[in-house]
Write a protein that binds this ligand. Structure first.
Ligand SMILES: Nc1ncnc2c1ncn2[C@@H]1O[C@H](COP(=O)(O)OP(=O)(O)OP(=O)(O)O)[C@@H](O)[C@H]1O
Ligand SMILES: [Mg+2]
Length: 154
C-alpha cells in the first residue's frame, strides 16, 4: 500500500503574523476561513490553531518578531484527510510543557486541551536553514462538510 508522502501535502497554507494578540486572532480567523473554503468542518482545528498561535505570541518574549502559521492537509489512501497545524516562533530556549493546573488556576489548560483533541502533537527546534526558534505542531482528523457538489480542489 502506498504510504502518505508527508512532504507533499494536498493543500497548504502559510502566513506570517505579528507576534501580538491581534496577530494571533487574525491568524486564527484567516486559517479557519481557509479550512472552510477547502470544505472542512473547523471545530477541532480552530481550537488547535488558536492554542498554538496564542502560545506563540504569549510565551515567546522576543518583541517586534513575527510568527509563522502553517497548515498542511494530507489525503490518505484509506481513512479521512488529516490536518497538521504548525506555529513557528522565534524562541528556541523554551518549549511547550503541559501543566498540572489546580481548580484555582486561571491558565495552564491550553496544552491539555491540545493533548486531548489532537491525534499527536509536539515541538522541535528549527534548523538554522529554516529560521531561528522552534515549531510547535499538532495534527487532527478532518471532517468534510456535507455539500451538494464537491468543491474541494483536487
Ligand atoms: N510557544 C511556546 N513557547 C514557549 N513556551 C511555551 C509555548 N507554548 C507553551 N509553552 C509553555 O508551556 C506551558 C503550558 O502551556 P499552556 O498553553 O498549557 O498554558 P498557558 O498558555 O500558560 O495557559 P492557557 O493556555 O490556559 O491560557 C506554558 O505556561 C509555557 O511555559
Ligand atoms: Mg496557552
Amino acid at each position: 500500500m502506498k504510504i502518505t508522502d508527508y512532504s507533499r501535502p494536498a493543500l497548504r497554507f502559510g502566513m506570517l503574523f505579528t507576534s501580538s494578540t491581534k496577530g494571533a486572532r487574525l491568524s486564527r480567523r484567516i486559517a479557519v476561513s481557509r479550512l472552510t473554503e477547502w470544505g472542512y468542518a473547523t471545530d477541532t482545528a480552530a481550537l488547535l490553531i488558536s492554542e498554538l498561535a496564542t502560545n506563540a505570541v504569549t510565551h515567546c518574549c522576543v518583541p517586534q518578531r513575527w510568527f509563522l502559521l502553517r497548515m498542511d492537509v494530507h489525503r490518505h489512501r484509506a481513512g479521512p484527510d488529516t490536518l497538521r497545524v504548525e506555529a513557528s516562533d522565534s524562541c528556541a530556549d523554551h518549549h511547550p510543557k503541559p501543566g498540572t493546573p489546580t481548580d484555582e488556576d486561571e491558565s495552564g489548560r491550553g496544552l491539555l486541551l491540545v493533548d486531548a483533541l489532537a491525534t499527536t502533537w509536539g515541538s522541535y527546534t528549527r534548523s538554522p536553514e529554516a529560521g531561528v526558534g522552534k515549531t510547535v505542531w499538532a495534527e487532527c482528523v478532518l471532517e468534510a462538510v456535507q455539500c451538494t457538489a464537491d468543491t474541494r480542489p483536487r
